[in-house]
Design a protein around this ligand. Structure first.
Ligand code: HMG
Ligand code: MG
Length: 309
């Protein structure tokens, strides 16, 4: 296998991570957490989503969050935008990068954004055009690339069709989503072989949910194919409320631990990231799936016990 010297991790915890949480995290806590993430060495944080607040109540405070965080000029602060109304809110909040999203499968697209795929093209074309005219960079997500919770198998042709359309609109980068965490490394190879015939590796990112424990294996397969951008969420938070069975993204700290050990550079400090993970775990009020977070907690407990002896 071949690995690059340096890669970029795109932190999606404040958006993908929180959108499915039952406990509402206050605006002040979101801001404090994003500020902590800004101090870890991350260069990209997806901080919120300008979708309809009734569809995603957990992120109803998107404008406030974006306005209140401390901005580091070295970091790109991105957010999801589903339509023109969302774009106005995102521009008001002065987001750096606009991320549009749609699915490769018709049923998930309909359930998630209440439109057919063809109608979504018309909406997003306008959003990407307006975002670019306002000087923003743009990212496109294709969801259900590796499988759909409603339709099961998704054809590579369908993924190519959506990707072609999003690039034709003018997006700067495409993120390929395994929304429900069903993908495997052989499938990663098959899909990327086709996509890399059309688009350069540096315009592709991979977005793996770890529902079945295959995310890290899928990332290794992607690295071997020359991909250098990966989405991940601190703590292994994440999930889409409109994709039954979707659970957390690959945990940023699990990925970072592996990359550090492999001498693949990211610029991110693992200790600081773990502090941000422990902090948010307390706020969401449940044990998060990240392995390295559990290791860090166990060693903190041992330390406390030793001091207590
Ligand atoms: P809709 O009900 O069809 O919207 O929802 P509409 O255009 O018919 O408008 C209805 C009303 O909503 C109007 O208000 C609009 O102004 C308002 P009224 O005139 O009745 O008073 N409205 C809005 N208000 C605030 N912000 C907006 C907005 N848009 C319309 N942006 C819509 C369509 C797309 C808005 C809705 O379906 C929605 O918000 N869906 C988002 C669902 C979502 O966020 N899913 C999770 C993110 S995707 C994901 O997780 C996958 C990813 O991680 C990759 C992967 O894992 O594969 C990215
Ligand atoms: Mg996702």
């Amino acid at each position: 296998m071949k690995f690059p010297e340096k890669i970029t991790l795109k932190e999606v915890g404040p958006r993908d991570g929180l959108q499915n949480e039952k406990t509402f995290i206050s605006t002040e806590d979101k801001v404090e957490w994003i500020n902590m993430l800004s101090d870890t060495g991350l260069s990209y944080v997806e901080i919120t989503s300008f979708v309809h607040p009734k569809w995603i109540p957990a992120l109803a405070d998107a404008v406030d969050v974006a306005k209140k965080i401390k901005r580091n000029k070295e970091i790109t602060y991105a957010a999801l935008v589903p339509n023109e109304k969302g774009l106005y809110r995102a521009l008001e909040a002065d987001i750096d990068e606009v991320a549009v999203f749609m699915s490769a499968s018709e049923t998930h697209n309909q359930k998630n954004i209440n439109k057919s795929i063809d109608d979504t093209f018309n909406v997003l074309r306008h959003v990407v055009h307006e975002a670019k005219a306002s000087g923003k960079t743009t990212r496109g997500y294709v969801s259900t690339v590796f499988g759909c919770p409603y339709e099961k198998a998704v054809s590579i042709d369908q993924v190519i069709k959506i990707s072609d359309n999003l690039f034709e609109m003018g997006i700067d980068e495409l993120s390929l989503g395994d929304t429900i965490g069903v993908g495997n490394p052989a499938q990663v190879q098959r899909i990327l072989e086709e996509l890399l015939k059309r688009f350069p590796a540096n315009q592709l990112a991979m977005h793996f949910h770890d529902t079945r424990g295959t995310a890290i294996a899928n990332i290794l397969a992607s690295l071997d194919m020359g991909i250098t951008k990966f989405d991940s969420a601190v703590g292994g938070l994440g999930g889409c409320p409109y994709a039954p069975g979707a659970s957390g993204n690959v945990a940023t700290e699990d990925l970072l631990y592996m990359l550090n050990e492999m001498q693949v550079e990211t610029g991110i400090n693992l200790d600081r990231l773990l502090q941000a993970a422990q902090w948010v775990e307390k706020k969401v009020g449940r044990s998060l799936p990240s392995r390295n977070l559990q290791v860090a907690k166990a060693s903190t407990n041992q330390e406390c016990n030793r001091k207590g002896d």
